[in-house]
Design a protein around this ligand. Structure first.
Ligand code: PEP
Length: 249
């Protein structure tokens, strides 16, 4: 597993060209923070522009279609994402699963397409508050992952990152305890070991996501098995995102 923490900003449906200055500022500072791997996933419309502006940080997409081309109005294929300059794609985000009805099977086929197109993948998983309260969160997340992981792990091993994002922590300001995060990340690691063996499983970084901010980043990133963070709201300004990057350094 790459040993540098991986901090990824997900801009979601935010950003016009006016926001390129934030990407530039993040990139300039990331050049001085070599201990951390930094990346941004702007909306599709900004990928190419951000890619042209930055030198140090990775640029990725927030989704792609599972098919290669064809009559899919409004969709973007994995090859198109790669052609726009993106090097990775976030797949299975809870907002896609909930708002667009994406099933584990669909997420898996998107991952297969992304890997085929040469993209790295951040596969998101996470439970609802109801599932957390029922005490079944680890079981639920491990099943979600089993059904969403790439069909051929050998092709994906170096391309795969997992992001554990409890849905009830996304954009709410609430976070799990460090103990709960550690326990979930260990359960995910054990699942990967049981499926692929210890050596291959060790290649996969597991990020935490959900209300990460400069003020709580150090504590959340200190949890065992946490290899970095997927950041939504706090990635929208260079100031707050860099606060998290600095906490990870
Ligand atoms: C996300 O949606 O991936 C996320 C982690 O959002 P936020 O940081 O705003 O909770």
């Amino acid at each position: 597993m790459a040993d540098r923490p991986y901090i990824v900003g997900n801009w979601k449906m935010n950003g016009t060209r006016a926001m390129l200055s934030e990407a530039r500022a993040i990139d300039r500072s990331a050049q001085r923070l070599m201990k951390v791997e930094v990346a941004l996933a702007p909306p599709f419309t900004l990928i190419h522009a951000v890619h042209r502006e930055v030198e140090q940080i990775g640029v990725g997409a927030q989704d792609c279609h599972s098919g290669p081309d064809g009559a899919n109005t409004g969709d973007i294929s994995a090859a198109m994402v790669a052609d726009s300059g993106a090097k990775f794609v976030i797949l299975g985000h809870s907002e896609r699963r909930q708002d667009h009805g994406e099933s584990n099977a669909l997420v898996q086929s998107k991952i297969n397409a992304a890997i085929e197109a040469g993209l790295r993948v951040i596969l998101c998983c996470g439970e609802t508050e109801e599932t957390r309260d029922s005490g079944d969160a680890e079981n639920y997340v491990c099943n979600q992952l089993k059904e969403s992981l790439p069909s051929d792990f050998n092709k994906a091993e170096e391309a795969l990152t997992i992001a554990y994002e409890p849905i009830w922590a996304i954009g709410t300001g609430r976070t799990p305890t460090v103990d709960d995060i550690e326990s979930m990340h260990k359960a995910i690691r054990s699942l990967l070991i049981s499926l692929y063996g210890a050596e291959q499983a060790a290649e996969v970084r597991i990020l935490y996501g959900g209300s990460v901010k400069p003020e709580n980043a150090k504590e959340l990133l200190s949890a065992a098995e946490v290899g970095g963070a997927l950041v939504g709201g706090a990635s929208l300004t260079a100031e707050s995102f860099l606060g998290i990057v600095i906490a990870a350094a």
